[in-house]
Design a protein around this ligand. Structure first.
Ligand SMILES: [Zn+2]
Length: 311
């Protein structure tokens, strides 16, 4: 196991990655997209967009929509980064959702997990995933002129066969598991007993398999924020910043284009204040997923071994 180094060393800067999900096949609201671009420009923070390559049951494709092609290429020209978010982002397309996503559906979510396994389990196979991923990569490559470096499933649907399939199509990085599921407990108002970090998901890049590295999502702080929620969700983000910094980890958050780009400003308010704390307390070094992958590959960021208690 590589040691990430002493915690809290004076000159240490916190690596901070802001990842934005769902533009493209899932959310084709260009007004929301442009509000996100304006927010990022004002913050002077580069982001990574996890883009859905296909929508409308295959009728829409990123590589065939001139307006969206211009939008995503323009974002990259301004220092942002685009990576791959599923294929259609419909249902559990790459395996069951992670537990805290199911829990959004209410306390009886175990029944939904079982129902999904019965309905879709026969599709959760390596060869079926390879075929889907090849289509997704083909569309992505048509749009950007390069293959994606990293993959995140829609709603974090996943199973071990997905990681074998990702290796088969040459994708070696994923950002698909959550360190702090409390962000999702907060979404359903579970503030009093939200649990804690998942010990199986360390807050730094680690090997999921021999060939595939997870860039863990620390949490989501900016989903459906109302004025009454701002301080609570911000406080969770600030606590996580401190803990990730102390652990010598990488702070990678997920947010969503439909929330950060909403007309109401509350999601942006949470992120604005969190970014300010990251800058002033932790000398945040903002980077994209492509930037982090480059740093990993030149040996500047260690990749931890798979945790012994990973499930
Ligand atoms: Zn998504």
């Amino acid at each position: 196991m590589h040691d990430p180094g002493p915690a809290g060393a004076g000159a240490q800067r916190l690596r901070f990655l802001l990842t934005v999900d769902d533009p493209g096949g899932l959310i084709r609201d260009l007004a929301a997209w442009h509000r996100v671009q304006q927010f990022l420009a004002a913050e002077e923070v580069p982001a990574t967009f996890f883009v859905v390559p296909r929508g409308d049951e295959g009728a829409w494709r990123l590589d065939r929509d001139p307006e969206w092609l211009a939008a995503v290429r323009d974002a990259e020209a301004r220092g942002h980064d685009c990576q791959l978010h599923g294929l259609d982002h419909q249902g559990p397309e790459f395996g069951p959702f992670v537990r805290c996503i199911y829990a959004l559906g209410g306390p009886s979510y175990e029944a939904q997990m079982e129902a999904d396994a019965r309905q879709f389990g026969h599709l959760w196979r390596r060869d079926a995933f390879v075929a889907k991923l090849q289509t997704a990569v083909e569309i992505f490559s048509g749009a950007f002129g390069r293959a994606p470096l990293a993959f995140r499933s829609g709603a974090l649907s996943q199973c071990p066969a997905l990681y074998d399939a990702l290796a088969d199509v040459g994708i070696r990085y994923t950002s698909n598991l959550i360190t702090d599921p409390r962000g999702w407990a907060y979404i359903i108002g579970q503030y009093d007993n939200p649990g804690d970090w998942d010990p199986a998901v360390p807050p730094a890049p680690y090997h999921l398999t021999e060939s595939v590295v997870n860039l863990p999502i620390i949490s989501e702080y900016a989903w459906e924020i109302t004025p009454a929620k701002v301080e609570k969700h911000l406080a969770l983000g600030i606590e996580d910043l401190s803990r990730v910094y102390q652990a010598g980890g990488v702070f990678l958050l997920v947010c969503h284009v439909q929330m950060v780009g909403a007309e109401e400003p509350y999601s942006r308010q949470v992120l604005h204040r969190l970014l300010e704390v990251a800058r002033t307390r932790y000398q945040a070094q903002f980077q994209t997923v492509a930037g982090l992958v480059a740093d990993i590959e030149r040996g500047a960021v260690p990749v931890l071994d798979r945790p012994a208690d990973a499930n």
